[in-house]
Design a protein around this ligand. Structure first.
Ligand code: MN
Length: 194
């Protein structure tokens, strides 16, 4: 029987500190994501979803099976999110082609920041490719660009569980710290050529 297992973090659990603490990762990756994976495995057992790869589960369930979609999309989104982050002491540059699409690196940062702050309640802010166009979008709850024909390039999780231990209610400080110190622009560049 097929079942999804927990994906490993692509860095040590203290590699993102002080911007995201090891304690936050222990809860976020170790508890929240683990629960989505367990729920998904329980929900798909014995169904047609059981043998599908995760991205196909997401795209197939979006209009049909809300519970399966919520858990599958959250597994996908979190795997993607943790890959969008890099150790705090690694230096990377914003891809010029992407920044140019938004009028420069500062304008792209401001547009993403405004979008991430605009999410009411739980959700995600994304940089995506939609056809031939680069866009900054938000999704609510578990929703994900791959369910809507878009290619994700970068995301920040703005559910409170992503930042509350380190930043309490200060979502803006969390977004700025991630963008300025932890964004894995090499991963974003790889996604741009998909
Ligand atoms: Mn999360």
């Amino acid at each position: 029987m097929f079942s999804l297992s927990q994906f490993p973090l692509p860095y040590a659990s203290d590699a993102l500190a002080p911007h995201i603490s090891a304690e936050t990762l222990a809860y976020h990756h170790g508890k929240h994501v683990a629960t989505y994976i367990k729920n998904l495995n329980d929900l798909i057992a014995g169904t047609a979803y059981e043998d599908m790869p995760l991205t196909r589960i997401v795209r197939t369930s979006v209009n049909n099976d809300q519970k399966i979609f919520n858990n599958a999309a959250q597994v996908y989104n979190h795997d993607f999110f943790f890959n969008c982050l890099k150790p705090a002491d690694t230096k990377m540059s914003v891809p010029k082609k992407l920044a140019d699409a938004f009028g420069g690196a500062d304008a792209m940062r401001e547009k993403f920041r405004t979008a991430a702050l605009s999410v009411f309640g739980s959700g995600w802010a994304w940089i995506v490719r939609d056809g031939t166009e680069y866009k900054i979008i938000t999704t609510a709850n578990a929703d994900t660009p791959i369910a809507h024909g878009m290619t994700p390039l970068f995301t920040i999780d703005v559910w409170e569980h992503a930042y509350y231990l380190d930043y309490q209610n200060r979502r803006a400080d969390f977004i700025d710290a991630v963008w300025d110190n932890l964004a894995n622009w090499d991963f974003v560049s790889e996604n741009m050529i998909l």
